[in-house]
Design a protein around this ligand. Structure first.
Ligand code: SF4
Length: 153
């Protein structure tokens, strides 16, 4: 059965930068979890960051993607490491689908914050999503979960 990569925070794990989660309650998701079809990752923890951690946003500088904290620390390397870990998991489990948290600088798939820490969203994708998509993995979010469910049923 097809496995699905999933953001750890959707399963209630307290891995967000602020120590919280993004618990996503859905009966199909629960069934997939019970059938051990979910492969779980928090790319930011996988990249070496901890909980809690400073909030981070993406900026494009000289056509390069830079991830920095709200105090200006460049943590792009950690985000790239986490993205690679996610890709390794996809390859290990032959995964073609991911369900990742919208608007996160790692996991966002349609929107991200604009890099100014003013709670302003723009079109864009997170570092992990970009890497997975570049390798042909389809990335969904909580906002189009039903589309993922219908693709897999
Ligand atoms: S990096 Fe992804 S999995 Fe980790 S807390 Fe942020 S949105 Fe959730």
């Amino acid at each position: 059965m097809e496995k699905i990569l999933i953001s750890s925070c959707f399963l209630g794990n307290k891995v967000r930068y602020d120590g919280g989660d993004n618990l996503l309650i859905n009966t199909t998701l629960k069934r997939w979890q019970q059938a051990q079809r979910l492969v779980v990752i928090c790319p930011e923890l996988a990249g070496g960051l901890s909980v809690p951690r400073a909030p981070a946003e993406i900026k494009i500088i000289d056509e390069k993607i830079i991830v920095s904290t709200n105090v200006g620390e460049d943590i792009t390397d950690a985000f790239e490491r986490g993205a690679k870990q996610a890709l390794v998991l996809c390859h290990e489990h032959n995964i073609h689908y991911a369900l990742l948290k919208e608007s996160s600088p790692s996991c966002g798939s349609s929107t991200i914050y604009n890099g100014e820490f003013k709670q302003v969203k723009i079109s864009g994708q997170g570092v992990t999503t970009a890497l997975l998509r570049a390798h042909g993995i389809k990335v969904f979010s909580e906002q189009n979960l039903m589309a993922l469910i219908s693709e897999l049923s």
